[in-house]
Design a protein around this ligand. Structure first.
Ligand SMILES: [Zn+2]
Ligand SMILES: [Zn+2]
Length: 458
């Protein structure tokens, strides 16, 4: 087996891995880099130039895992695209939204590479998308090879508990196996239950490392963290300020809405409308409609019925009054430019009644990361678009992550008992922590830091 890392960045970047096994080729994920622009945001697809893919398999519908799929499909026009049935309900919306975002960025920021693909291309591609249930073995070598009597390698999706439809992928060849965690969560969230990776064994493990440098404080529980957030929300609403909860449209948004619904049911915060983005609203409807297909808590909680969700239109961002104690759950989670959350944060920044509460990861090089690192009263460069701003609003951070804690991930790696582990999807300090720990606890495992373009023979 040969594995090539196509991520152009050793950190989280744009996830994409080429697996060559038993004379067949599989691409795992086709992401887009959240911090880069134009063609620099793409995986290293030039490494696919002389290689026909048999199939592309996707772990989940976040931008850093699927955002460049139509570009990857240009390299192998016949490759089928395999995903979970839940991802199949989401993927088209994600890709069409990407086209819209790229068009806006082309206009606002003059990025001439954009759009990297069009709505027409997404529609053409959609014919090749196939959705599968978790825990089924799926042949993925091309039909031509199957006709020639070639035994196809298989793959199987395992519920990763990270977002609706998320999966780890187990690839089985004739004599070797590989497991790719994708993004995984080993603890329960409010809606989604923890990953179901029980019994997974593989020769090669490709592992995310997002939280390798996060040490949960002593006595930390998600429940206590939620209580802390509730108290903070009550404080802002009592002073008639508004709260921005920056969140990915898929996953974070629905988990946060579920918490807000529960708080309203319990009378902890008043019943009031929640302002969301258009895409957040669409994904929330899909969470509701497909509740019966997901392994989840609160299976009967229908967010769109329980909450008064109002879609905040772009032209309202500059005018909506912030003095009335409103709650906004908007993209992007890292306050990246050209997003509703970025623009609203700019308005809130200099007003000490307003609050921005982070509920997920924000890379240090994004506007969200820079805001987190700033001090009250400090003037700092928020973003290229907004320039320097003085922070007067309340800023807090709550750890309600959808990524596995490092000890849980380390335990999992031990159970998989692989010969080789490739570490990706994390900052250098996170990957280093995993490397050190794995060397101490499992000295027989070969640990590899996944540099861009790295080829590993296993
Ligand atoms: Zn993700
Ligand atoms: Zn990711």
């Amino acid at each position: 087996m040969r594995i090539t890392n196509l991520n152009p960045d050793p950190d989280i970047g744009a996830s994409s891995w080429l697996v060559e096994l038993d004379d067949a080729r599989l691409l795992l994920d086709a992401g887009m880099h959240p911090k880069r622009e134009g063609r620099d945001a793409l995986p290293l697809y030039k490494l696919l130039d002389d290689k026909d893919l048999d199939a592309i398999a996707l772990t989940h519908c976040h931008h850093d895992h699927v955002g460049s799929l139509p570009v990857a499909m240009r390299h192998s026009r016949k490759a089928h695209v395999l995903m979970t049935e839940l991802s199949h309900y989401l993927i088209g919306r994600v890709l069409h939204n990407s086209v819209n975002v790229m068009m806006r960025q082309r206009e606002a920021r003059g990025i001439r590479d954009y759009p990297l693909f069009t709505h027409d291309q997404v529609e053409e591609n959609e014919v090749q998308f196939q959705g599968f249930k978790y825990n089924r073995q799926i042949d993925w070598a091309s039909f031509a090879k199957a006709r020639a009597g070639f035994p196809s390698p298989t793959l199987e999706f395992f519920d990763a508990g990270h977002t609706l439809g998320s999966a780890g992928i187990l690839v089985r060849g004739q004599s070797q196996t590989l497991f790719y965690t994708g993004d995984v969560c080993f603890h329960d969230q409010t809606i989604l239950q923890s990953a179901r990776f029980d019994g997974v064994r593989a020769d090669v493990l490709i592992m995310e490392t997002t939280r390798g440098s996060v040490i949960p404080p002593p006595g930390f529980t998600r429940q206590k963290e939620m209580q802390r957030l509730t108290t903070a929300l009550q404080g802002v609403l009592a002073r008639r300020g508004s709260v921005l909860l920056p969140a990915f449209a898929l996953g974070r948004t629905q988990e946060m809405l579920a918490e807000l619904a529960l708080l309203m049911r319990a009378g902890d915060i008043p019943h009031q409308p929640i302002y969301v983005g258009g895409l957040g609203r669409v994904f929330t409807e899909i969470y509701d409609q497909k509740a019966h297909l997901a392994t989840r808590h609160l299976p009967n909680l229908q967010l769109t019925e329980e909450l008064n969700l109002i879609v905040l239109e772009r032209d309202q961002l500059d005018t909506i009054k912030l003095g009335g104690g409103r709650i906004f759950v908007l993209t992007a989670g890292m306050l990246t430019e050209c997003t509703p959350a970025h623009d609203l944060a700019v308005r809130m920044m200099s007003d000490d009644r307003q609050a921005i509460f982070f509920i997920g990861y924000a890379d240090p090089d994004t506007p969200g990361g820079r805001l987190k690192a700033s001090k009250p009263g400090e003037t700092f460069l928020f973003s290229a678009d907004a320039g320097p701003l003085t922070r007067r609003c309340e800023v807090q951070e709550f750890d309600l992550t959808a990524h596995a804690n490092r000890e849980a991930l380390l335990d999992f790696a031990g159970k998989v008992s692989p010969k080789v582990i490739l570490l990706g999807h994390g900052e250098l300090s996170s990957r280093q922590w995993f490397e050190e720990q794995l060397r101490i606890r499992h000295p027989h495992i070969r640990v590899v830091q996944a540099a861009p373009g790295l080829v590993v023979e296993a």
